[in-house]
Design a binder for this molecule. Structure first.
Ligand SMILES: [Zn+2]
Length: 490
């Protein structure tokens, strides 16, 4: 084993599709998929003479990304043309930023808590730069003799986050991608859908002789392009680690090159020798003025950044008493956590509020295939959520009735107690009414009652079910339990 002989050095370039309504330089919708070539216009399909105009929402999201990663924000940056030829790039150039980019010099502390066996604790990863650019279209290799081009994706806004070569293992690189995705999802910057290519990355990797304490000249690096899963980042980097080590140890010279990863075989192959910036003939895009904004634009975005995810999680599991699992889902998105807190400001029950969001609201969003944000705004704002929680807390409606009426609640304007009342399902907390149902249930099932009294106390739930059926789920379960015990045990 030559474990200590070589040190692995990895840097990442992460491409992130950001959540804007329209594309970077035109008004075409920024949406995944669709019938090929239906979301295009002269600008994003690269027609000569079509003039781009910059999407200000994309600029704001790039600044938000930079602030979240502790970057310096440049109040003046420039779009350049990066020229290369590929069939899915109809203009013959990508519009990107070389110098200066919109953000520079940030940092990200990689949390190694979930990395058993990590050989460094919480290393700091420096961010070199973040720039904006537009995505290319897609080639569809339809048959052996024909390829088709779909330009729906062309012009999709991206931020590219470039790290310094600060990772020392494939596992650190993959873990960074996981944590970066969490952060960007939390801040609602991307949908984070890796299968659809919303986040993908290029891995730059080289080896150098190991020195105690690190340091030394970098080795010859290879760049593995377009990895779109955590597993493929780690596997590709591990494969390269081994390939380069074998070459170095057998005295072969390595070449700086671009490689492709094949997930089926777990190996990489050389695509071409690596281009340097001069090969792309970058020059400022003559159709776009420099991107210029004021410090107060940046300050406004900074002021709107939510509380840090970790701090929020601690607060939810600590003072609010939520389970780690519940808190984890709520703080997965700043919008969802904000929704929870807005409802909590109107009534005092964190457990019930979380329970209603996780048990009723989110499942209904998935069933309807809509973003929670849409239902939160239009159908079930924090005030209605808070009111529904209060009705449960006061025992006016039971959880089961809420379950049954929840869809109707979302779609209409009647509040839950009105809906329940119309169906005679207001929770019965009146003990004389429930007592009759309890006595009837015991009288109707003498065998079970005898068995219960003989020690088979599990039958209590059978009786609860009987009473619930008679009261159509509207009986207060705690009270039913109490009454049943009282009458069965005497
Ligand atoms: Zn367009």
């Amino acid at each position: 084993m030559s474990v200590a002989k070589w040190e692995t050095v990895i840097g990442l370039e992460v491409h992130v599709q950001i959540k804007t309504a329209s594309k970077l330089f035109c008004r075409c919708p920024n949406k995944f998929g669709g019938e090929p070539n239906t979301r295009i216009c002269p600008v994003c399909s690269g027609m000569p003479g079509a003039l781009p105009s910059l999407n200000s929402r994309a600029v704001a999201l790039a600044v938000r990304t930079g602030l979240a990663l502790g970057c310096r924000i440049n109040l003046h940056s420039v779009f350049s043309r990066k020229s290369y030829f590929y069939p899915d790039l109809p203009g013959g150039f990508q519009t990107s930023q070389l110098e200066p980019p919109i953000c520079e010099t940030g940092r990200f502390v990689l949390n190694t808590r979930n990395m058993p066996g990590a050989h460094r604790q919480n290393p700091e990863i420096r961010i070199n730069r973040i720039h904006m650019e537009d995505d290319a279209g897609k080639c569809i290799h339809a048959t052996d003799s024909a390829s088709l081009v779909d330009l729906n994706r062309a012009g999709t806004p991206l931020v590219e986050i470039v790290t310094e070569p600060d990772f020392r293992s494939p596992a650190e690189a993959a873990e960074f991608m996981r944590q970066l995705r969490q952060l960007l999802l939390y801040l609602d910057i991307t949908d984070g859908n890796m299968e659809e290519g919303s986040m993908r990355c290029d891995v730059n990797i080289s080896l150098r002789p190991f020195h105690e304490g690190g340091g030394g000249k970098f080795g010859v690096r290879s760049e593995v392009k377009n990895l779109n899963s955590f597993a493929s980042i780690q596997e590709a980097a591990e494969y390269e680690e081994e390939r380069q080590r074998d070459a170095l140890e057998s005295g072969q010279a390595l070449e700086q090159e671009t490689r492709h990863f094949d997930p089926d075989s777990g190996s990489t192959w050389a695509m071409r020798s690596k281009e340097g910036a001069p090969d792309y003939r970058y020059f400022p895009n003559p159709d776009l003025p420099p991107v210029v904004f004021t410090q107060s634009f940046v300050d406004e975005i900074a002021a709107a950044l939510p509380e840090r995810q970790e701090a929020r999680f601690k607060r939810y599991t600590g003072e609010l008493g939520l389970h780690a699992e519940e808190a984890g889902i709520l703080v997965g998105s700043a919008a969802l956590a904000g929704y929870f807190e807005a409802a909590l400001a109107l009534q005092p029950s964190p457990k019930r509020t979380a329970g209603l969001i996780l048990g009723n609201f989110l499942p209904e969003c998935s069933r309807r295939e809509v973003e929670p944000a849409a239902l939160m705004a239009d159908h079930f704002p924090p005030a209605r959520l808070a009111h529904t929680v209060a009705m449960l807390e006061q025992g006016k409606v039971s959880l089961r009735v809420l379950q049954d009426l929840f869809r109707e609640l979302l779609d209409g304007t009647d509040e839950i107690e009105t809906l329940a009342e119309k169906r005679g399902l207001l929770q019965v907390s009146d003990s004389s009414a429930l007592e009759k149902a309890v006595l009837d249930a015991i009288a109707a099932n003498p065998d079970e009652a005898a068995q219960y009294r003989g020690g088979k106390t599990k039958l209590l739930s059978f009786f609860v079910g009987q009473v619930m059926r008679v009261t159509k789920g509207a009986g207060n379960p705690a009270l039913i339990n109490e009454l049943l015990k009282k009458h069965l045990e005497r």
